[in-house]
Write a protein that binds this ligand. Structure first.
Ligand SMILES: [Zn+2]
Length: 379
C-alpha cells in the first residue's frame, strides 16, 4: 500500500512538473487591421536592389505569425508575400541562440557565441553591415522597440563580449557608422555618462520627437522618444514602429548618395519579450504592430521600385503552438511549452529585386552576407 502511494505521488509529481511547462493562452476581440497586397511588379527581378530593408521580429516563429494571421481574419501583409524561406539560428558553441549571437550573425555575417555583441568566438570585433557598407559609400539606419543597448540593435553598431555591458554598448554608438537610429532608453539619454552623451551628440542630432525643427537639417539623426513610445503595445505604445519605419525610409532616401542606396534594420523587439512572459494576447498584438511596419516598408519598396524587403526573426521564443481557433471571430487558442528560446528554424519572407536569393533553408549569417553582396555588387 505504501509502495502504491509513493508511485502515485511520483506520477502526480511528474504530471505536475510537466503541466508547469505548458501555459495555455487565448485571444479574442482583435481589432482587424486588414493587410497590404503589393503588385509584385519588382518581386524576383534579376537585378540587384539599390536599398535593402531587413525586418527582424525578435522571437517570431511560425506559430506567432500564424496566430496573428488567423486572429486578423486570415491575413497579414507578410503572409501575402510569395517568396519564402527558412532561417537556421544556432550559434557557435551551443544549440539554442540568444538575440546577441543571432543579431551578430545578421549584422556581421559570422556566427558567434551567445551574449556576444559584434565580436567573434574569441571576442575580437567583427565588422557589421553599417561599417562594411560605409566603406562603399552606402548609408545605414536601425529602428527598434527595445532600448538602444538591446542585443539586436547593439549588434549593428557595438563590439562587446557581453550583451549586459550597457554603458560600453552605449559608448560604441558614438563611433558607429549609422546615419539614423531610433529606439528606447532604460532611463533617459541624460542619464548616460557625460563622455558617451558628448560623443553621440557630436555625431548625431538627437531629438525626442520627429517634429522637432532640427530634424530637417540633421546630417545624422538619433531619435530617442519618451519611454512610453517604445513600451509594450499593452501599454499603448501607439504607432512608433510603423511611423518611424516610414519616416526613416524617406530620411535615408534623402541622405543616400546617388546610385549608392541604403540599408535599414527594423526590429519588433517586444514579440520576444511577450513570449518570454507567455503573454499570448501581447504576442499577437506585437506581431500585428510589426506587420504594420512591414506594410510601411513594402509601400516604400513599391513606390521606389529598387528596394528589397526581407522579413525574418532571430529565433523562436516560447515553443509556441496554435491549438485551436476561429478566423471568423478572431478567437485563438495557443500553448507555450517554454519561457525561453528554441532552436526551431524561423520563417523568412522577401519582396523585391533578387528576393529569390533568400528562398530555401539558410543560416542567419547567410542572410547578412547576401545583403552585403547585393548592395555592393549593384550596377
Ligand atoms: Zn528573448
Amino acid at each position: 500500500m505504501k509502495k502504491f502511494g509513493i508511485i502515485l505521488l511520483l506520477i502526480l509529481w511528474g504530471w505536475g512538473s510537466q503541466a508547469q511547462e505548458l501555459v495555455k493562452g487565448e485571444i479574442k476581440d482583435v481589432e482587424p487591421q486588414g493587410s497590404y497586397m503589393p503588385t509584385f511588379k519588382t518581386d524576383g527581378e534579376d537585378k540587384a536592389p539599390l536599398n535593402i530593408i531587413l525586418m527582424i521580429g525578435d522571437g517570431m516563429g511560425m506559430a506567432h505569425i500564424a496566430t496573428a494571421m488567423y486572429a486578423n481574419g486570415g491575413e497579414l501583409t507578410m503572409t501575402n508575400l510569395k517568396t519564402c524561406g527558412w532561417v537556421r539560428t544556432c550559434p557557435k558553441g551551443s544549440f539554442t541562440t540568444d538575440s546577441a549571437a543571432s543579431g551578430t550573425a545578421y549584422a556581421t555575417g559570422e556566427k558567434t557565441h551567445t551574449a556576444a555583441i559584434g565580436v567573434d568566438v574569441n571576442d575580437k570585433p567583427l565588422m557589421n553591415l553599417p561599417e562594411k557598407l560605409d566603406k562603399k559609400g552606402i548609408i545605414s539606419g536601425i529602428i527598434t522597440t527595445d532600448y538602444m543597448d538591446g542585443a539586436t540593435p547593439a549588434a549593428f553598431f557595438a563590439h562587446q563580449p557581453d550583451r549586459h555591458m550597457s554603458a560600453e554598448i552605449w559608448a560604441d554608438l558614438g563611433s558607429s557608422k549609422l546615419t539614423f537610429f531610433a529606439g528606447g532608453c532604460a532611463e533617459s539619454f541624460e542619464d548616460q555618462e557625460y563622455e558617451t552623451r558628448d560623443a553621440i551628440s557630436k555625431k548625431f542630432t538627437i531629438v525626442s520627437d520627429l517634429s522637432e525643427p532640427e530634424v530637417a537639417h540633421a546630417r545624422r539623426l538619433g531619435y530617442l522618444p519618451p519611454k512610453a513610445k517604445t513600451a509594450s503595445v499593452n501599454k499603448n505604445r501607439g504607432d512608433f514602429l510603423p511611423a518611424t519605419t516610414a519616416f526613416a525610409l524617406d530620411y535615408l532616401s534623402s541622405k543616400a548618395a546617388k546610385g549608392k542606396g541604403f540599408f535599414l534594420m527594423v526590429e519588433g523587439a517586444r514579440i520576444d519579450k511577450s513570449a518570454h512572459d507567455n503573454d499570448y494576447p501581447a504576442v499577437v498584438r506585437e506581431v500585428l504592430d510589426f506587420d504594420k511596419a512591414v506594410e510601411a516598408a513594402l509601400r516604400f519598396a513599391e513606390k521606389d521600385g529598387h528596394t528589397l524587403v526581407i522579413i525574418s526573426a532571430d529565433h523562436e521564443t516560447g515553443a509556441l503552438s496554435l491549438r485551436d481557433g476561429n478566423p471568423e471571430t478572431g478567437r485563438m487558442k495557443g500553448i507555450f511549452v517554454s519561457r525561453g528560446h528554441t532552436a526551431i528554424p524561423v520563417p523568412l519572407f522577401a519582396y523585391g529585386p533578387e528576393s529569390q536569393r533568400f528562398m530555401g533553408v539558410q543560416e542567419n549569417s547567410d542572410v547578412s552576407n547576401k545583403i552585403y553582396d547585393l548592395l555592393v555588387n549593384k550596377k
